[in-house]
Write a protein that binds this ligand. Structure first.
Ligand SMILES: NC(=O)c1ccc[n+]([C@@H]2O[C@H](COP(=O)([O-])OP(=O)(O)OC[C@H]3O[C@@H](n4cnc5c(N)ncnc54)[C@H](O)[C@@H]3O)[C@@H](O)[C@H]2O)c1
Length: 422
């Protein structure tokens, strides 16, 4: 038709082809106008391409360098492990300087293993001059957005939420590098505390205010090793992953509180977070609740409208348990089944948001600067647990210390702290 403009699909390129890349591919399959057209990964690229093909989300080419990938896609997503973030981001920046016309850069949580790393990521993206999206899926969860919408008129009448409680828990990560505190940047607090702190802050934010409107003023936390430090399970972990928690342990449980202040009213509100890698129930559980004056919400991803049951007699023919639920620990008995995890956990809406924003030449709803703030809160939590005190985020001395802080656990020196030898 004369004058008609054919819009081509937005071309996404993935760096890394492991767990999250494959999960996100399932999310892309639920979005119109987006294809995965390239991947660069040390391992798993062929399998990933086959998955992309099976999902019908693009003709995905395997590239042999980050530069080549950047030159052939509209946006790249860093879905590689935490310890290669800086090197990857440097390569992206070089590629952009040399002419790669990227419209956006996505990076998975956590933005950095330390405040210094997160600051470097922000600086490299600024230098490249490309819009960014920090991927924190829980803020995009439909359940979280729906409760906010539903409760907005109540909040207008009664006042904002005063307390949020957020938990993400499962039986432990799938790849050895997650367990290695040096490579990962810590234990469960670095890995999943970032989710719970972010979503807790988000739900407390009064309707219509920017995401960093509430000012974090204090953080307190505890980090412990409750399961994987017990000799029997430590050995199991060593055999399975090669990571020795007798020498370089990381926390498998963390809990704490972030206190925020409303800069307009002075009101203090609190976000409690709880995270564990020792949650031996059906599988991954995200649990969030919020309490305001006269109203509340609660969300629990382990409550599904679908359950299946497999008795002992039938259990010899069970399907792979992870087809029911992420990090599933059982394949018999009464199982919770979630039929659309990429949507439930917010991946679909976070990709949709990033692509829409990049197409308009702007940052995603959550940008790298926001990711930096979350890294800073996580690191303040490690500092609190290590020192046994509440961290005052308004203290300039603490602010300066955080800039170069590397937790003992992330240095591989967490044994004294976690095994209770003071
Ligand atoms: N939002 C979430 O819920 C969520 C869930 C899982 C993982 N993540 C994050 O996603 C990232 C990746 O985690 P994962 O579970 O997919 O890990 P993974 O180990 O399953 O996969 C990592 C992939 O990156 C590749 N890789 C390793 N080094 C590389 C390099 N230098 N260059 C290119 N590719 C490289 C590996 O070969 C592998 O394909 C991590 O930062 C993690 O924190 C987020």
């Amino acid at each position: 038709m004369k004058g008609a403009r054919i819009m081509s699909n937005f071309k996404l390129g993935f760096i890394g082809a492991g767990f999250i890349a494959n999960f996100q591919a399932k999310a892309v399959a639920q979005i119109r106008g987006v294809d995965i057209t390239g991947v660069y990964s040390l391992k798993g690229a062929e399998e990933f391409v086959a998955n992309v093909k099976a999902l019908g989300v693009g003709d995905c080419a395997i590239y042999s360098s980050i530069d080549e990938l950047c030159r052939n896609v509209d946006a790249v997503a860093i879905f590689a492990p935490n310890y290669v973030r800086i090197d990857i981001m440097k390569e992206i920046a070089v590629s952009v300087k040399a002419g790669a016309a990227l419209k956006g850069i996505i990076c998975e949580k956590p933005l950095g293993r330390t405040v210094a790393e997160a600051r470097q990521l922000v600086a490299l993206a600024k230098e490249a001059g490309i819009p960014t999206a920090y991927f924190e899926n829980q803020i995009h969860m439909k359940g979280i957005r729906a409760q906010m919408q539903q409760l907005a008129p109540v909040q207008a009448q009664m006042g904002p939420l005063a307390l949020s409680r957020s938990a993400e828990e499962h039986c432990g990560p799938h790849e050895p590098w997650f367990w290695n505190p040096i490579q990962q940047g810590g234990g469960v607090l670095s890995d999943m505390g970032c989710h719970s702190i972010a979503v807790g802050w988000f739900v407390l934010t009064p309707t219509g205010k920017p995401i960093t409107f509430l000012k974090p003023v204090a953080v307190s936390a505890v980090t412990s090793l409750l399961k994987w430090g017990v000799p029997k399970y430590r050995q199991e972990l060593l055999d399975r992953t090669g990571v020795d928690y007798s020498k370089t342990p990381a926390e498998d449980f963390a809990t704490g509180m972030v206190t925020f202040q409303n800069p307009e009213t002075g009101q203090l509100v609190q976000a409690q977070f709880t995270n564990s890698w020792m949650y031996d129930k059906q599988g991954l559980r995200l649990l969030m609740d919020g309490l305001g004056p006269g109203y509340a919400f609660e969300l629990n991803t382990l409550r599904s409208s679908l359950e299946v049951f497999t008795g002992d007699q039938a259990a010899e023919s069970v399907a792979d348990s992870e087809t029911a639920l992420e990090k599933s620990t059982a394949s018999r008995g009464l199982l919770t089944v979630e039929t659309n995890e990429p949507d439930l956990y917010g991946y679909v809406d976070e990709i949709k948001d990033a692509v829409a924003c990049f197409q308009e030449g702007k940052d995603g709803f959550l940008n790298f600067e926001y990711g930096f703030e979350i890294t800073r809160l996580c690191q303040a939590a490690y500092m609190s647990a290590e020192r046994g005190v509440t961290i005052d985020l308004t203290d300039p001395k603490i602010q300066e210390e955080l800039e170069s802080y590397v937790s003992l656990i992330a240095q591989g020196k967490g044994a004294d702290l976690l095994y209770g030898k003071k």
